[in-house]
Design a protein around this ligand. Structure first.
Ligand code: NAD
Length: 351
């Protein structure tokens, strides 16, 4: 093995796709997946690669600075791809402090450990922070976020990610830690915890449960297939320029309500229901506090400079995704039992 790479949060939704891609595509790299296994972490996401010789799982918390320091000293990582985070906006509204610990302090702990083991020899080293377009705030009807858009986070989640992005840049500028950052739009695909819109609604439609739509469903998001995000992470990790930021998106904007209607129509077909049946489940609920109206990503820089673009059209991606959740019922049932049920019942106030 010629390099050892730490991937944090590899048991989560996006992280598991990144771990899979790196383990399969780079047999010469040793991939160490560090994850605390919170409610969002699930080792069943990685069953297909867990026995590969270049893969290792380590259970641990990035907030524990001593543990992180020791792990870096023992393993002498060449690179870090940092995805571990508290990632759900609604949970950040009910418990903001947890987001400061994991997303801010956890990131600073990783930066300190990398700075410590790499000392001033940064040749061949890389610290890559995976971030979100939500740091840029909200758009009106026009315009797109570019890498130069000023940060304007509104939720505790986006504030914590903005803060961690700033620390990563500060460690690059102040100490020379060779960092790159990418800010990506909403991801969809297999292995996503069903508190997020697409898996939640597939699950609810299938089980004839109400589809809780915030406000009037007019919020607009850009959606990217998670495998394309993992491909972009691969490209940026290997070809991105130190100190730079790259926006990643699907050029694929949808209002929530239009997206939900598409899903309802597809689910009617797949479940053999009369047309319009699933749409009857749409239930408008009290809007999320501070709900950003529109996010849109201008992903021109990564396309022009690094040659990445999405491989899949949305129609195809959503089809694959719905099929995956319908086929992997055991995975879905497993993660929607227990504590998740309590959380779900408290979360949505039906109007
Ligand atoms: P996720 O919630 O599915 O997974 C997060 C993972 O981090 C889980 O496996 C969890 O166990 C782990 N984790 C949480 N706290 C930890 C801690 N203290 N120590 C170690 N591990 C811990 O999240 P996701 O949707 O896969 O997002 C991954 C990253 O990508 C996050 O940084 C998120 O901000 C960013 N991102 C997500 C999206 C999206 O649409 N989901 C879009 C852009 C950026």
């Amino acid at each position: 093995m010629n390099k050892t790479i730490l991937i944090t949060g590899g048991a989560g939704f996006i992280g598991s796709h990144v771990v899979r891609l790196f383990v399969n595509n780079y047999p010469d790299y040793k991939i160490v997946n560090l994850d605390k296994l919170t409610y969002a972490g699930n080792l069943n996401n990685l069953k297909d690669i867990e026995d590969q010789p270049n893969y290792e799982f380590v259970k641990g918390d990035i907030v524990d600075s001593e543990f992180i320091q020791q792990l870096f000293e023992e393993r002498q990582f060449d690179g870090v791809i940092h995805l571990a985070a508290e990632s759900h906006v609604d949970r950040s509204i009910s418990n903001p402090t947890e987001f400061v610990f994991t997303n801010v302090i956890g990131t600073v702990n990783l930066l300190n450990a990398a700075k410590h083991i790499w000392k001033d020899n940064f040749e061949g080293k890389r610290f890559y922070h995976i971030s979100t377009d939500e740091v840029y705030g909200s758009l009106g009807e026009e315009g797109m976020f570019t890498e130069k858009t000023a940060y304007d986070p509104h939720s505790p989640y986006s504030a914590s990610k903005a803060s961690s992005d700033h620390f990563v840049r500060a460690y690059n500028d102040t100490f020379g830690v060779p960092a790159v950052i990418s800010n990506c739009s909403n991801n969809y695909g297999s292995f996503q915890f069903p508190e997020k819109l697409i898996p939640l609604f597939i699950h609810n439609i299938k089980n004839n449960k109400p589809l809780p739509v915030y406000g009037k469903g007019e919020n607009i998001r850009d959606w990217l297939w998670v495998v394309d995000h993992a491909r972009a992470i691969d490209v940026i990790y290997h070809k991105g320029v130190t100190g730079e930021t790259y926006n990643i998106g699907g050029f694929n904007e949808w209002t929530n309500i239009d997206l939900i209607r598409v899903m309802c129509r597809k689910m009617d077909e797949k479940l053999g229901r009369p047309e319009g049946e699933s749409e009857k489940l749409i239930t408008y609920v009290k809007d999320r506090a501070g709900h950003d109206l529109r996010y849109a990503i201008d992903a021109t820089k990564i396309k022009n400079e690094l040659g990445w673009e999405p491989s899949l059209q949305f129609e195809e991606g959503i089809e694959l995704t719905i099929d995956w959740y319908l086929e992997n019922t055991a995975w879905l049932e497993n993660v929607t039992s227990g504590d998740y049920q309590k959380y779900y019942e408290q979360q949505y106030e039906i109007r």
